[in-house]
Write a protein that binds this ligand. Structure first.
Ligand code: SF4
Ligand code: SF4
Ligand code: FES
Length: 459
């Protein structure tokens, strides 16, 4: 194994199950195997996170010495001969899976991750039909941590992905590990709920969890109840990024789902109106720029830059970690919330009804945007996974639908003021840097926008 800094310009020659492979120095065994078209199963590994090597599912043998090493955490070296699939290795992997299953609920058919669970796939791959060990799993109900996130630690396989996503990628530390050996568990500081913690509800923990231990709180039933209530009008708003999120949720090829088809599906579900959230960004910008202008003109000097977010959890971030800068915050002014109130009031006026008789449902591209700090909520936000479940249940095959237009929305947009300096950062690690700059007076933007997801792709 090489301990020096790998040089990616240098090639390394090796064999995997007898197949010769040449890869750049610093390539992990897992990647080298892919190059030889050999699949090595994994569980704790995640391509966007660091190597943790906690589960040992990916063990392989090297140089016929019988020593097992983790393919996800070790780089190849010159001349090594790797074996990934002899009966000893297969038996060891099967035993590891059996041991995890012995401590895992057997309610797959009721699990939100059913058919999309990495542990279930491994059990199927290793043909575990008669589990070897007795199941000693407690039957604790899941804990609904907020309207966005549910945790069910009985299902946790202790892969550590969520801890890394929360601590290292997002730098929030709302999730940690506690105890050792048999007692080792994934928990929160002082065992508090996420609601009471420093959580910013970015949803990154749920997006990396391989099983049904952290997931979005499904609100399809509540939305369906509104649609079935004859005394209530239900309207929807759809952002441009929703089509690709829905393709992912439905495992459809890129370009299969269009805004027009989503509109048709929404109407088939019984919604009264569907609005284009493309307008929302412009209308929210106008409102935020108005706020900036007011702060610029304020004699006592309103706090600038203003800080906004793609999601309201950005407000939690500023209040928890930078309370001294809270006066900069206008986190509730998300495009989604502003637009929901504009369309709801506009539609109520058009129909001559109270706006309290209208439910607004936002379709959102990621879990972060589902979170809202609004009090007395009557509105909902559905992720692509939830919306996919709604249309599947209604028997709607979205790719076969015709295309319908959005309903018109009556908003007069003021001319954009381009003299405002805006800085956008992705994820909370970047968010911290910009907050430090504001604190030190080194940020010269008028408007700082923090996007919750580290890759910022959903915006
Ligand atoms: S939602 Fe984000 S901040 Fe909250 S626990 Fe998960 S990763 Fe951490
Ligand atoms: S909650 Fe999910 S991501 Fe976190 S350690 Fe458990 S199985 Fe892994
Ligand atoms: S996938 Fe390699 S140790 Fe878990």
């Amino acid at each position: 194994m090489s301990h020096h800094q790998p040089d990616p310009n240098k090639s390394v020659n090796l064999t995997i199950n007898g197949i010769p492979v040449t890869v750049p120095e610093g390539t992990r065994i897992l990647e080298a195997a892919k190059k030889a078209n050999i699949h090595i199963p994994t569980l704790c590994e995640h391509p966007e996170l660091c190597k943790r090597a906690l589960c040992r599912i990916c063990v392989v043998e090297c140089d016929g010495r019988g020593k097992l090493i983790a393919a996800c955490a070790n780089d190849v070296w010159e001349g090594v001969s790797i074996v990934t699939n002899n009966s000893r290795i297969l038996n060891i992997r099967k035993t590891i899976i059996e041991l995890i299953l012995a401590n895992h609920p057997r309610d797959c058919t009721f699990c939100i991750r059913n058919t999309k669970c990495e542990l279930q796939s491994l059990a199927k791959l290793y043909n575990i039909v008669n589990p070897l060990f007795q199941n000693d799993c407690a039957d604790n109900p899941p804990s609904i941590e907020s309207e966005t996130i549910v945790r069910n630690m009985e299902k946790c396989v202790k892969c550590g992905r969520c801890v890394e996503a929360c601590q290292e990628v997002q730098t929030i530390r709302a999730i940690n590990t506690s105890h050792r050996s048999k007692e080792y568990e994934i928990s929160t500081p002082y065992g508090q709920t996420l609601k009471d913690s420093s959580c910013v509800f970015c949803g990154q923990c749920a997006s990396v969890c391989p099983v049904g231990a952290i997931y979005e709180h499904d609100q399809c039933a509540e939305v369906r109840a509104c649609l079935n209530d004859s005394g209530r009008k239900t309207i929807a708003q759809v952002p441009p990024s929703f089509a690709s999120a829905l393709e992912n949720a439905l495992s459809l090829a890129a370009g299969t789902v269009t805004a027009g088809k989503i509109n048709t599906a929404i109407k088939l579900l019984g919604f009264h109106k569907v609005y284009d959230m493309k307008i929302a960004a412009a209308s929210a910008s106008a409102e935020i720029i108005g706020e900036i202008k007011a702060r610029q003109n304020a004699a006592a000097g309103g706090k600038l830059p203003v800080i906004t977010g793609c999601a309201e959890g950005v407000g939690n971030f500023v209040k928890n970690f930078y309370p001294d800068l809270a006066a900069h915050l206008i986190a509730e002014k998300t495009a989604r919330r502003i637009f929901a109130s504009v369309t709801k009031n506009g539609y109520a006026k058009e129909m001559g009804i109270e706006s309290s008789a209208v439910t607004s449902v936002s379709l959102v591209p990621c879990l972060a945007q589902k979170y809202s700090t609004e009090k007395n909520k009557t509105d909902f936000a559905l992720t692509a996974a939830e919306f996919a479940r709604m249309i599947n249940l209604a028997g709607i095959i979205i790719e076969t639908l015709h295309e319908e237009q959005f309903d018109a929305v009556n908003i007069k947009l003021p001319k954009q003021d381009i003299s405002v300096k805006k800085e956008t950062v992705c994820g909370f690690a970047q968010g911290r840097k910009v907050m430090e700059a504001i604190r030190e007076g080194k940020c010269n933007a008028d408007w700082v926008e923090i996007l919750s997801c580290p890759d910022g792709k959903c915006n």
